[in-house]
Design a protein around this ligand. Structure first.
Ligand code: NAP
Ligand code: MG
Length: 493
């Protein structure tokens, strides 16, 4: 099938208690291909009633079902099976993720492989959860049991749909939780395809439930539901704040993976070619719709003009095009809403700074939410384009005088998700690593994320960590057990 051939409109329901079901109201919403602006799917619009059914199913599966008797080894096997299905269907899933998000097919292929890798990682980790023994000063034994937290509500964004689902489902299933997950309204397709394999993979009914719908209705109902023990959320800081307030009423455990305005710092002695490349990759990959985008590019004054020039030259050659085209390096933004948001920042940026390249809509596309990769230079770190997360292909380049000033500017942000530093001076690199307040700092790279290593934010980029054993820990409670080995009465009274 050619990349431009018309696709039939898919139809997706919710997945509750092991069955695909319509929403209680029977309503649906449309999902689009952002490169053609055409509808590609109609999806059940879940609301409070559907969330309630899903939470009841998850509650029952956790409290009274056989799930609690499943061995950790068997939960691991389920995750391996899911990974196997994803790998076997990688071509279909990559194409669907590409059409639904607008990201280049090549990037979608990486994503689908990453999602499978994440399930495999947690498949392997499931039976390596261990408690500890404490040397208490008593004739007894004190040790800990690690137990699943209960019903987890999971809410994910649209930029890496199946990857974000895997980051959430993998550790929760490994831990033995039951789950209600709400995909982003723009991008439910790959999750719903994968849900078709849940039963075959060995997940009993009610263990994983997927409710589609809007954040303000389905998402909010999940956060408020008294039957949910924990909320894991990835999305904007604005919604994160709403979630913390609502979850406080039932004192749910909450983990938040929020946005950022991450500094990518370039010192004069950095490898030139690698640095220019890294500045562009850090901010423009996935159309800049990346929570850890290096959207504040801090450049030492000694190399500033030349660096901006080199970035601009290269940025002009970035190939925008249909996401399904293998030559494409940048596709459209995910939605009309995101396009409007990003282009409004482009207008603001023209008032706040100087445009080095881009700055608008590329002329060659009649349809689709395309935006030129845009570089604003001579930006003041107090400008709104340097403070607010834009979540699109928009770089702000900020000059700095010396190391101390670079660190001050890097930390002058409400966010703290990520940072990167480029230099060949190892002492300088590690001084910056220690000084910057962020959940990850790359040296001479920006963006690679590995399932083995922790991911999460400082400051208003959220709290809690995903991936690695840290991600699993967020779905576990710790129970202390004390065994008295002294068989005589206490003798106090
Ligand atoms: P968003 O608007 O915050 O939405 C994220 C999710 O929350 C969606 O599923 C959304 O539902 C739901 N939601 C919206 N309002 C809600 C409410 N009142 N109660 C409960 N749920 C609600 O963010 P987005 O625009 O999808 O994603 C972009 C943001 O995510 C950026 O800020 C980015 O930095 C962040 N992000 C962070 C990471 C990380 O790991 N730190 C990774 C990816 C993205 P609908 O889809 O129906 O609106
Ligand atoms: Mg919404």
């Amino acid at each position: 099938m050619s990349s431009t051939a018309k696709q039939s409109v898919r139809s997706y329901q919710n997945y509750i208690n092991g069955k695909f079901v319509s929403s209680a109201t029977g309503e649906t919403f449309a999902v689009y291909d952002p490169s053609t602006e055409e509808v590609i799917a109609q999806v059940a619009a879940g609301g409070a009633a559907d969330v309630d059914s899903a939470v009841k199913a998850a509650r029952a599966a956790f409290d009274t079902g056989d799930w609690g008797k499943t061995s950790a080894q068997d939960r691991g096997r389920i995750l391996f099976k899911l990974a196997e299905k994803i790998r076997a269907n990688a071509a279909m899933l990559s194409e669907l993720e590409c059409r639904n998000t607008g990201k280049p097919l090549v990037e979608a292929e990486y994503d689908i492989a990453d999602a499978a890798t994440c399930f495999e990682y947690y498949g392997g980790l499931a039976n390596k959860v261990m408690g500890q023994t404490m040397p208490v000063p008593a004739n007894g034994l004190s040790f800990t049991l690690k137990e699943p937290m209960g019903v987890a509500g999971q809410i994910i964004p649209w930029n890496y749909p199946l990857v974000m689902a895997a980051w959430k489902l993998g550790p929760a299933i490994a831990a033995g939780c039951t789950i209600v997950l709400k995909p982003a309204e723009q991008t439910p397709c790959t999750m719903m395809e994968a849900a078709r394999w849940f039963e075959e993979a060995g997940l009993p009914p009610g263990v994983v439930n997927i409710v589609n719908g809007m954040g303000e209705t389905a998402g909010a109902a999940l956060v408020a539901h008294p039957g949910v023990d924990k909320i894991a959320f990835t999305g904007s800081a604005a919604v994160g704040k709403i979630i913390v307030k609502s979850a406080a009423d039932t004192l749910k455990r909450v983990t938040l993976e929020l946005g950022g305005k991450s500094p990518n710092i370039f010192f004069a002695e950095a490898d030139w070619e690698a640095a220019v490349d890294g500045a562009l990759f850090g901010v423009f990959i996935n159309q800049g719709e990346v929570c850890s985008a290096g959207s504040r590019i801090l450049v030492e004054k000694k190399i500033y003009s030349k660096f901006v020039e080199a970035m601009t030259e290269k940025a002009k050659k970035i190939k925008l095009g249909p996401p399904m085209d293998r030559e494409t390096k940048m596709g459209p933004l995910v939605s009309r809403e995101q396009y409007d948001r990003v282009t409004s920042y482009l207008e603001l940026g023209k008032k706040e700074a100087r445009v080095a390249s881009g700055g608008g809509r590329p002329k060659e596309f009649a349809k689709g939410y395309y935006v030129q990769p845009t570089i604003f230079c001579d930006v003041n770190n107090n400008a709104r384009i340097a403070r607010e997360e834009i979540f699109g292909p928009v770089a702000t380049v900020i000059p700095f005088e010396n190391e101390a000033e670079a660190i001050r500017i890097a930390n002058d942000t409400p966010y703290g998700l990520a940072a990167a530093v480029w230099t060949r001076d190892i002492f300088k690199a590690f001084r910056v690593v220690k000084a910057v307040r962020a959940g990850i700092v790359w040296i001479n790279h920006m963006q690679p994320t590995y399932v083995e290593a922790p991911w999460g934010g400082y400051k208003q980029s959220g709290f809690g960590r995903e991936l690695g054993p840290w991600g699993l820990e967020e779905y576990l409670e710790t129970k202390q057990v004390f065994v008295n080995l002294d068989e005589t009465p206490i003798g106090w009274y």
